[in-house]
Design a protein around this ligand. Structure first.
Ligand SMILES: *Cc1c(COP(=O)(O)O)cnc(C)c1O
Length: 433
């Protein structure tokens, strides 16, 4: 369709990788105008953990719309919001012994991050926020200062301030615990790192290349935050809502963040909604200090509640995610051992995994082959070198297998006739995992 070239901004990005006009979608499938069916391993960059147009949520949504339920409510108390809060508190927070105040922000992830950083600064009276290499927290100015990617940062056109960058887990090699460096600079009054308000971290860096923080590293990070009086913010916007097998990605580490951000798959149906969870003592906002016209997206409350009620009232879904995660691990290990052990690395965990293909060129070639074979899959990382598998958590085992079969042939095809790049092999030992 010519209209996109004629009037839509050059800022388009996914549309360039998948140049089709898409019409409808269901579960793990999406169809283009010509009737081609694609398996979706992109899932709205993690906003569609429960698949497209999930039948259970759709029914709840249609009933609500049919009855003229409130659609837009600012921050007014509505039945839909009350029932969402009830479900979130009863099914998500209480069973995990988590006591948090819930703040609704503007409906994008970046707005939740802005609010989280603002409240941390307000409460501590400190300005600086510790962020990590390859972190991604959104592209509005405050969040962008916390984001590492230079492509995004340079677009700001203005100095980005209020953050200090530290090495993420594994950044200096597997042997080095980078939290020791953080502890050291925070203990040294001449380190040049002024007393910070907080640390913001992803347990798995989605956009940064599926770099994973170990449970021990996260526990060390929490201990250092406690020792030096910093608040710990976990940005669970992409890794949360079940992607790692637990509702929150940090559950495995057993840490208790002071502040948590959620968005992406929280709405369940792909409807925008974002939250900040904070320990009760931190809720020092004055009325309306942080706001957002669309902080009361009641349609999203309906689908978010349906998601919680249906998928998170017992442990069945978690088990299913872990089971599929194990299968993905097995298949990726297999692909790596077939096409060049010691060159490619498997990244991430559970259903948040990928393969580091060393170069962006190769990863893109593989993603392109996959698209030609009707699988939509993207890359991430500083050089787009990581093929990123983000299929819906609800995908059928048959289609999961089919997607992985396509990925396997894509690797075989991309590497056919190419000899193992030995010059690349040389510096792989120092590669992040
Ligand atoms: C996507 C993402 C954001 C930003 O969310 P938007 O809705 O795009 O503003 C922030 N943090 C993380 C970890 C993300 O993956």
């Amino acid at each position: 369709m010519k209209i996109f070239d004629e009037v839509e901004s050059a800022v388009q990005s996914y549309a360039r990788s998948f140049p089709r006009v898409f019409c409808h979608a269901k579960g793990e499938f999406i169809w283009d105008q010509a009737g081609n069916q694609y398996l979706d391993f992109l899932s709205g960059a993690g906003a569609l953990n429960y698949g497209h147009n999930n039948t259970i949520f759709k029914e709840a949504l249609l009933n609500y719309i049919q009855a003229d339920g409130i659609t837009h409510g600012l921050d007014l108390h509505t039945k839909a919001k009350g029932e969402f809060l009830q479900a979130f508190n009863e099914r998500i927070l209480k069973p995990r012994n988590m006591e948090y105040v819930i703040q609704f922000t503007g409906p994008t992830g970046t707005n939740a991050v802005e609010a989280a950083m603002k409240i941390a600064r307000k409460v501590t009276g400190q300005q600086s926020i510790i962020t990590f290499t390859n972190g991604f927290h959104g592209v509005s100015l405050g969040s962008l200062a916390a984001t590492g990617n230079s492509h995004h940062r340079l677009a700001a056109g203005i100095g980005l301030s209020g953050t200090h960058r530290m090495p993420y887990d594994g950044y200096l090699g597997e042997e080095i615990d980078t939290t020791e460096y953080l502890d050291k600079v925070l203990s040294d009054s001449s380190s040049g790192i002024d007393s910070p308000a907080a640390v913001i971290v992803e347990t798995i860096q989605g956009e940064g290349g599926i770099n994973t923080a170990s449970a021990q590293w996260l526990r060390n990070l929490q201990a250092i935050c406690k020792k030096h009086g910093l608040l710990l913010i976990v940005d669970d916007i992409q890794a949360g809502c079940g992607r790692t097998g637990d509702f929150f990605s940090f559950e495995e580490a057993g840490i208790e963040p002071d502040i948590i951000t959620l968005s992406k798959s929280l709405g369940g149906y792909g409807l925008p909604i974002a939250l900040v969870l904070m320990k009760p003592g931190l809720d020092q906002w004055k009325p309306g200090e942080h706001n957002g016209t669309f902080r009361g997206n009641n349609l999203a409350f309906i689908t978010a509640q349906a998601a919680i009620d249906h998928y998170w009232s017992n442990t069945r879904f978690s088990k299913e995610i872990r089971h599929k995660g194990n299968y993905i691990t097995m298949r990726l290990e297999n692909i790596i051992s077939q096409v060049g052990n010691g060159i490619f690395t498997r990244k991430g965990r559970t259903m948040f995994q990928g393969i580091d293909c060393v170069t962006g060129n190769l990863a893109k070639k593989i993603a392109k082959y996959a698209f030609e074979h009707e699988l939509i899959i993207e890359t991430s990382g500083a050089d787009s070198q990581v093929l990123k598998l983000l299929c819906p958590l609800t995908i059928s085992e048959k289609n999961l297998q089919r997607g992985l079969d396509i990925i396997e042939s894509a690797f075989n095809d991309a590497l056919a006739g190419e000899k193992v790049p030995m010059d690349i092999g040389g510096h792989l030992d120092s590669c992040r995992t």
